[in-house]
Write a protein that binds this ligand. Structure first.
Ligand SMILES: CC(C)(COP(=O)(O)OP(=O)(O)OC[C@H]1O[C@@H](n2cnc3c(N)ncnc32)[C@H](O)[C@@H]1OP(=O)(O)O)[C@@H](O)C(=O)NCCC(=O)NCCS
Length: 179
C-alpha cells in the first residue's frame, strides 16, 4: 500500500502526525474541564500531555506497528484539535475513530471536516470494513458530528460504563465501507 503524503489537505484544514512541539496546545486543550468532561480521562496535567504526545508520535500509520493513526488538525498552520483512528480488530479491518477540537475553534464545522477526511482515508486508502465511534450519550456535540460525518447511530447502551464516579450511557455510531 502506498504511504500517505502528509499533510493531508481538506478545503480548510491540514492533517498531519503529531510532533514534540504539539505538547503546548495539547496541554492547553486537554487540561480544559469542558473538553475532558465526556472523555475517559480527567483534565490533563502537563505530564499527561507529554506522555500522550510521546505515545502519539509513532502512531502515524493505521497499518504500522501500533495499528493507529493520530492526526493533528491544523487551521492556517495553527493546531486546533486531533482525530484518531485505531484498529479494534486488525485481522478483520475494523477500526474506531475519536476526535477533539479546541473549543475556541468550535462551531464552524472543522471537526466534521477532519472526521470526514479520516473516514474517507479509512475506507479508500486503508480498506477498512467498518469504523465505529463511541461516546457518552450526553455528548450531543460529538453525536451531531458523527451524524454530519455520515455515520449511523446504531446503539444506545444503558449504564454500561462507570466513568468519573457514575454509571454512564454509551451511544455507538458506525459506518461501513459499503454504506
Ligand atoms: C465533539 C467536538 C469535536 C465537536 O466540536 P464542534 O465544534 O461542535 O464540531 P464541528 O467543528 O464539526 O462544528 C459543528 C458546528 O459547526 C456548524 N457548522 C458551520 N459550518 C459548518 C460546515 N461547513 N460543516 C459542518 N458544520 C458546520 C454546525 O452546524 C455545528 O454547529 P452547532 O454546534 O451550532 O450545532 C467538540 O465538542 C469537542 O472536542 N468536545 C470535547 C472532546 C470530546 O468530547 N470528544 C468526543 C469524544 S467521543
Amino acid at each position: 500500500m502506498a504511504s500517505l503524503n502528509f499533510p493531508l489537505r481538506t478545503p480548510r484544514l491540514a492533517l498531519r502526525p503529531h510532533r514534540e512541539a504539539d505538547v503546548d496546545w495539547l496541554y492547553r486543550v486537554y487540561s480544559r474541564p469542558d473538553v475532558s468532561r465526556y472523555l475517559l480521562d480527567e483534565p490533563s496535567s502537563l505530564e499527561d500531555a507529554q506522555k500522550r504526545i510521546s505515545e502519539r508520535i509513532p502512531r502515524d500509520d493505521l497499518d504500522g506497528g501500533h495499528g493507529s493513526l493520530s492526526l493533528v488538525i491544523e487551521r492556517e498552520h495553527l493546531p486546533i484539535g486531533d482525530v484518531l483512528l485505531w484498529f479494534t480488530d486488525r485481522e478483520h479491518r475494523v477500526a474506531e475513530i475519536g476526535w477533539v477540537l479546541d473549543p475556541d475553534h468550535g462551531g464552524q464545522g472543522f471537526a466534521t471536516e477532519a472526521a470526514r477526511a479520516v473516514l474517507d482515508l479509512a475506507f479508500s486508502h486503508y480498506r477498512v470494513h467498518r469504523v465505529a465511534a463511541q461516546m457518552d450519550a450526553r455528548n450531543a456535540a460529538s453525536a451531531k458530528l458523527a451524524c454530519m460525518a455520515g455515520m449511523h447511530r446504531e446503539a444506545h447502551l444503558r449504564q454500561d460504563w462507570w466513568s468519573k464516579g457514575e454509571w454512564t450511557d454509551t451511544v455507538i455510531f458506525g459506518k461501513l465501507a459499503s454504506d
